[in-house]
Every structure is written in C-alpha cells, then in structure tokens.
Design a protein around this ligand. Structure first.
Ligand code: ATP
Ligand code: MG
Length: 554
C-alpha cells in the first residue's frame, strides 16, 4: 500500500507499522456518548476514524460510550446510528456498547486490586478534591490508601452488591499523588450510582469512570489507534499506565493520539448547550434546520458529500483553531452547484399582466435543468405572471438593470417585456405591473438575440404552485470574530427564521419528495422539508448563491 502522509496521525500510524506494531491491521473506533445528537464536530471525528480505517484497509467500530447511566437514552443511540450511516460510513457488524463490558471491566478492576494497584477509598468527593493538590502543589495520600488487598477486594465486592450509598465509597487507582499530572494522582475509577441504566437496567450500581472504561474498551475491541480530541492529552499517561499495569503488550495494545477539535465560527458545538437550546424551546428540536447537529444540517439540506469534503478541507491539526463557517457553506454550495437542478421560484411575488398577450393563451417554454448536466423541462407561460418584488423599482437608480417604469427586461427562458404602467391600491402600494411583451423575442424569434441589460426569473400566475419557504440566519449572534459568547442563550438570534408563506414555484415542483435539492434561480439553494405534504410544499433555504469563502481563498 502506498504510504499515506497527509496528516500527523498518518505519520504516527506509518511509524507504528514500520516498527512492526499492529500486524493485524489498523483498527479505530468512533466512541460517542449517547447523551445527545451528533453535531458537526462529531462529523470530523467520524470522517477521521472511518476515513483512516478505509485508507489503511482496516476497520472502524461504532462504540457507544454509555458508562453514565443518568444522561443516556436510546433515542440518542438510534439517531447516532442514522447519522453515521447517512454520512456514508459503515461499522459492518461492529457496533458495541461500553456497557457490554461492565462484567469484564469489573474483573479488570479486581485484577488491579490484586496487583496492589487500586484501593477502596472512604473519602467523600469534597475531601478527594482537597487531597488532590493543585498544579503547583503535590497531592496528599488518602488515609485509606494502604488497605490490604483482601480488605479492598471485600469492600469493592460490597460496593457492587449495593451495600453502600452513592458517594460513600469509590475505587481509585493507586498511581502517584506527587505526580505533576493531576490525572495520575490516584484517579477515581469506579463510583457508586444507584441509577437505572438504559441497557443494563438495575444490574449494576457501580459504574466505571471514563478514564478507566475507555482504554479498556479499546483494548477489549482490539483497537490500535484511539483517536480523541486534545483535552485528553493529559489523560494519556493514565491510559498507558492502566494498560501497562494490566499486562497488555505494547506492540498490540491501543495507543491514544490526540487532534484538535473542530470549532466553527457562529456555531455552538457542545451537546450540553445544544440540548439546552432544544429543551428550553429556542428551536423546534434536535433537527431544527438552524442546529449544527448532523440531523439539523441534513434537514437544512446539507449533503453527506458536502460535510465529508468540509472535514477533508479542514484537515487534522495538533493545535486548536476556529474554522470559518463560510467554508462549510462553500462546501455545500459546491456540491449543490454540481448536482442540484435549476428551477424558477418567486419568493415575494409581484403580479405582472402582459396586456398585449392573448387572454387564455398558454405556451410551454423549454428550460434547461442544469448548465452542465443538461436535461430539459417545459415551463408554462401565460398572460399573468409573478416576478420578484425586488426585481422592480419605481424610482430606480441608473445602474438598476431589472424592471423599472418604461424599462425592459428579459424573462429567463421567455420573452423580453417592457413596463408600461404601475398599478397601486388606495394606500399607494403597488399591486401589479402592466407590461407588454415583444412576441418575437423568445428563442427562435426574429428578435431573440436583442440585448437587454437584465434577466429575471418568473412563474405563471395561473400555473404556479404555492409554497412555504423558510429562510435562515445564524442561530447565535456572535462578535465580529464569530466567537460564541459565554452566555449563548442571551445571544440567540430572534430573527434566525423567516417564514414566507406565499411563495410561488413553477408547477414542475408540484409533487416532490422530502430531501430533493434545487437551485432557485438567483435566490439560492433549497431543499424540500419534511413538513411537506401533497398539498403543502415547504422549502428550506440551504444557502444563498454568494460565496464569501471562494473570495477568501483567492
Ligand atoms: P460534546 O462536548 O459536544 O458533548 P463530547 O466530546 O463530549 O462532545 P462524545 O460523544 O464523547 O462528545 O464524542 C465522541 C467523539 O467525538 C469523541 O472522540 C470526541 O473527541 C469527538 N468530538 C466531539 N466533539 C468534537 C469536535 N468539536 N471536533 C472533533 N471531534 C469531536
Ligand atoms: Mg465526551
């Protein structure tokens, strides 16, 4: 296999393989805690872990890190599977739960006690904190640290049997209270929690801590490279200590490699905060199109390709940074530009009557579906049409090349029209425009090539289909750097959703299915929302057409 060297992680893996480690092949895992829906940050981890497995012809497991009984739920387990699949990855038959290993993890803890490397502590949480010391001061050993192996085995078993209340005792690893790394100062590895677990029910009342469960779950599954975010860097010494202490061979046991988490401007990437937005009703749910969850992005109209390309473009780094959300938008625009059919839709309609067009006449204009994929359809053209309100200006500046009194404009795929009269109601609001059309100006006509400055989109008033269109802005208002403020709830953008209930779309869109993407000419990329029914179409705007990222790149 050709050597893959596009990131420092690949260099590390190459080095391992060169040194004769991991002869069974590269094996990674994606280990979400099922306490919320996945977000765009997780997408980066998914692309990385499953991507490495693909590149090295190895394997990647999906593992639910469900060691905390209180916050976890099967709804999250289901959504996580759906999201990973939707992104285009497969764990084959390797979907696991850390809770499946509770028995094995208990046995490992017993083994650690037997080796004199773990003890039951009676200090309470507050005392443990006081004894732990600080970054500048060493910790103090617990008075219970030197209990005999027999006593520890007995107490640990009684913890398991439910003889003690929550918090009354914990099991701690016996490492080094003077270590410069606080994570090595006898970390707690088991705690008592009389709580019902979403999978194991009431079978257990002691639960392993992350730092204990994670390395051992990796080892049990034969993971070779346990890739995680930078905040776990200081946990790596304990990861290695634990596996070393339990006798796992250094040439086959997993190793942890850290990378920088994805932070995006204008975007919250924390499950806890996202849960708050859902539970406190700031959004309609985890899949609200304004949410940076994978399900929210999907409903918004993001495609798996766009998200995967984005993760590729972001790359993997060893230092934290803030990525411009414009880059994510660029990626979906790029994909939809290639793949979405073009159609005409008028978001804010203004009626146009063509006074010299015969009443009752209807023509079908041939319209191309896509500039380079090709394909055509017919769009009906009638005496009464709708154009975009903003494509007409009564007192237009010189450079306004759309429609103005006495001015001409081309209707896309159709005729040139001229504005003759502006009709208003008693309050002075414009209700319709009376125009004339040049009958020879459509394709094939004598004046088909006559040049006018502007071209605008339109739909037939008689034939158009009503639609609801939802336009989105960022959910959180940020400073000019795009940083989300600490009090993010106070910064929720009240105008992040604009609903247009009376948009008009061309009739080819009459019976369309959820998830179909279009470019509405001149107004952006749109997707059919799940709220759509046969007599009520709902579109979400994915992104506008203007690409601020492409400019930045140049
Ligand atoms: P959150 O803070 O949003 O709850 P988490 O790290 O607690 O995130 P987990 O379910 O534990 O969520 O994450 C599963 C995997 O995804 C972990 O390996 C974690 O490192 C990775 N991950 C989480 N957030 C990001 C991010 N923003 N960028 C890259 N990877 C991430
Ligand atoms: Mg976590």
């Amino acid at each position: 296999m050709a050597e893959i060297t596009s990131s420092f992680i690949q260099s590390e893996i190459n080095e391992d393989l060169k040194n004769g480690k991991y002869t069974e092949g590269v094996h990674t895992r994606f280990p979400p805690e099922p306490n919320g829906y996945l977000h765009v940050g997780h997408a980066k981890s998914i692309c990385l872990n499953f991507g490495l497995a693909q590149q090295y012809d190895g394997k990647c497991n999906l593992r639910f890190d469900d060691t905390n009984p209180v916050k976890e739920d099967t709804e999250y387990v289901d959504s996580i599977q759906a999201d990973v699949k939707w992104l285009g990855f497969s764990w084959d038959d390797r979907m696991f739960y850390a809770s499946d290993y509770f028995g094995k993890l208990y046995d490992f803890a017993v083994e650690l006690i037997k080796r004199g490397l773990a003890f039951v502590d009676d200090l309470n949480a507050e005392e443990i904190r006081q004894y732990r010391g600080t970054l500048t001061e060493p910790g103090k050993e617990s008075p219970y640290r030197n209990r005999s192996v027999e006593e520890n085995l007995d107490l640990f078993q009684r913890m398991k049997n439910g003889e003690f209340a929550d918090g009354e005792k914990v099991l701690r690893a016996k490492v080094d209270m003077a270590s410069g790394n606080i994570n090595m100062r006898d970390p707690v590895i088991y705690r008592i929690a009389h709580a019902t677990h979403h999978r194991t029910g009431d079978e257990w009342c002691i639960y392993p801590m992350y730092d204990f469960a994670h390395p051992l779950s990796d080892a049990i599954e034969g993971i070779t490279h346990s890739i995680c975010t930078l905040e776990f860097e200081d946990h790596r010494p304990f990861y290695d200590w634990l596996l070393e202490s339990l006798g796992f061979d250094v040439n086959t046991r997993p190793r942890q490699i850290e990378f920088a988490r994805l932070n995006l401007t204008n975007t919250v990437t924390s499950k806890r905060k996202l849960r708050q937005l859902v539970e406190e009703g700031y959004v309609t749910g985890w899949d609200d199109p304004r949410m940076p969850t994978i399900s929210g992005l999907r409903r918004r109209g993001y495609t798996p390709t766009a998200i995967r390309n984005f993760c590729k473009e972001v790359g993997v780094a060893k230092a934290n940074s803030l990525v411009d959300v414009a880059m994510l938008e660029h990626c979906v625009r790029d994909d939809l530009n290639t793949n979405a059919d073009r159609v005409m839709a008028v978001l804010r309609p203004l009626k146009v009557v063509l006074t010299n067009y015969p009443e009752g006449q209807k023509e079908y204009m041939l319209a191309e579906n896509h500039p380079f994929k090709g394909g055509h359809r017919y769009v009906p053209f009638t005496r009464e049409l709708y154009i975009e309100q903003e494509d007409f200006m009564e007192e237009a500046p010189k450079k306004f090349f759309r429609l103005k009194p006495g001015g001409e404009v081309r209707l896309k795929h159709g005729y040139i029209i001229k504005c003759e009269d502006v009709i208003k109601d008693e309050n002075g609001n414009i209700t319709e425009l009376h125009c004339t059309y040049d009958p020879e100006s459509k394709t094939g006509g004598a004046t088909a090539n006559r040049k006018v400055k502007g071209t605008i989109h339109w739909v037939s008033a008689e034939e158009a289909v009503d639609a609801e269109v939802r336009l989105y802005d960022f959910l959180i208002e940020t400073d000019e750097n795009g940083d989300v403020p600490a009090d993010f709830l106070a910064a929720v953008n009240k105008a992040s959703l604009e609903t247009i209930t009376d948009a008009k779309v061309e009739p080819s869109l009459k019976f369309i299915a959820e998830g179909t993407h279009y470019q509405f000419l001149r107004t952006g990329y749109f997707v059919v929302d799940k709220d759509t029914t046969p007599d009520h179409i709902v579109f979400n705007r994915v992104v506008g057409l203007k690409d601020s990222w492409a400019k930045v790149k140049k």
